[in-house]
Design a protein around this ligand. Sequence first.
Ligand SMILES: Cc1cc2nc3c(=O)[nH]c(=O)nc-3n(C[C@H](O)[C@H](O)[C@H](O)COP(=O)(O)OP(=O)(O)OC[C@H]3O[C@@H](n4cnc5c(N)ncnc54)[C@H](O)[C@@H]3O)c2cc1C
Length: 521
Amino acid sequence: MTNSSDHNRSFDVVIIGGGLNGLAAATVLARAKLKVVVLERRSIVGGLAAGEEFHPGYRSAGVIHDTTGLLPELDLTSHGLRRTVRPPPILAIGADDRALLLHHDPTEAASELMTAGGRDVEPYSRFRAFIERIKPFARRLVSELPPDWLGDGMADWRAMLSTGIALRRLGKTDMMELLRLGPMSVADSLDEQFTDPLLKAALAVPALRGSFAGPFSPGTCGALLRYETLARGAVVGGSDALVDSLVRAAEAAGAVILTGREVSSILVSQSRVTGVACDDGQPVEAGLVLASCDPKRTLLELLGARELAPGDEQAIRAYRMRGLTAQVNLALNRPLRFRARPDLDIEFARTGVSLLELERTFDAAKYGRFSDTAALDIHVPSIANPQSAPPGHSSVSILIHGVPYDLNGGWNDARRDELGDTVVKQLSSYVDDLDSAIVARQVLTPADIESKYGVTGGHIYHGEHGLDQLLVRPTRACARYATPIDGLYLCGSGSHPGGGITCAPGFIAAKTILNRRGRRS
Ligand SMILES: Cc1cc2nc3c(=O)[nH]c(=O)nc-3n(C[C@H](O)[C@H](O)[C@H](O)COP(=O)(O)OP(=O)(O)OC[C@H]3O[C@@H](n4cnc5c(N)ncnc54)[C@H](O)[C@@H]3O)c2cc1C
């Protein structure tokens, strides 16, 4: 990896952005013997997944907690990637220190579920079995180029037909159940199946990530199914370790990665891309440009609306990117111990008493406020990665869903501090003497996420995960990675199949390009 600005060889492909998807695309294209350069504006790669020191001696593992959704096709094991066998257990904590250590595996989960009367043991087992059965279909959807639903060519009909056949292969009962559940609200669906409010709230949290939604919003059950069907073992060492192995894979294949190089515009001649211009004034020429930054930034800022037909411009402006997630990193001078399970080293925890409580948080966000009882999505990276804090200390990352980008009155230092205080107060209700253990804290509001990572609206997934925006992402004209500009492709989380630690948008975009080239030659 270089951060020199005098690296001006000629390349076949320029990739804008060295986040997970830019690196994944670079790996695939470089393995196909194309000359690839990745241009990253920051001094480090990894984008939203990059781990960083937020206080001397304390590192975050990036803003990301959950690495269970990584798709396997990139063959990163030879570059050091390891995964746990199953998704890690999560401690769900509610009022009065009631807690549930929720294991993914229903047999392991049973004894904990018994503590709440046992009525959810069977339903949890049924829930997991259903997820297992629909996994092949769901994984197929997120691993391939999406069908062109409005296309009329033979290939389009074949793709739609084979998607239909794969759905029907689930069997009538599961197919109907999937079609019924997808558009439902996650609250209605979980209420139908389970009784324990704490279990329901804990299961609902991932369904809300990246959506401008509360648990009672329609379509959030679809987001839960997407999350659950993708979940496998977590990456050992978290997103930091994933970034390292992607860099090794991309460089081993011959890709050049340049940091500290911000692309200021995409160069076009006669509706065909010719390269990019960087903020240092240097152009980098290439016949193919893949943009892993978000679609609004790519099309409206780097390309420019003048290059788009009015309908395409209108569609990309309408694409929804209302950030709703904030992060608080805490440096603690001791291990984090929850009063509910003081003897356990807990790596992942979720607070949130009930679905109603989660909905109230969203209610506040809708009206431009943040709630003082928001659920906390907690990760302690120093458990898996002891180097991320001094010995005996810990670093703690907390994600808060329901913090609006468009805060009433706007974000400033005082409001950022207020958010930090609110989160610490919330966490203190589950952890004794927290205040005295805090060495430092870092608060990232959605506005901070926007300015730090260059993502419009500070949106964690480069665009909301509403069902409509998952079906056609980001717009019809760009839904299959190609854009109206010849040679310009999207390859970040704002493309199919959406955001998260999957590396799928970068991987499929690159494969799509190779297939097209293969067909042409
Ligand atoms: C707070 C938070 C929590 C999250 N938690 C989770 C989680 O727990 N689980 C999960 O699966 N996902 C999570 N995500 C989502 C996940 O991080 C993203 O979907 C994924 O990392 C995005 O990868 P990407 O490569 O598509 O984009 P990015 O990581 O945004 O990469 C784009 C890169 O482009 C660079 N760039 C932008 N503009 C330019 C330019 N003009 N020139 C050059 N470079 C440029 C940026 O600096 C960046 O490095 C979270 C995100 C956030 C913000």
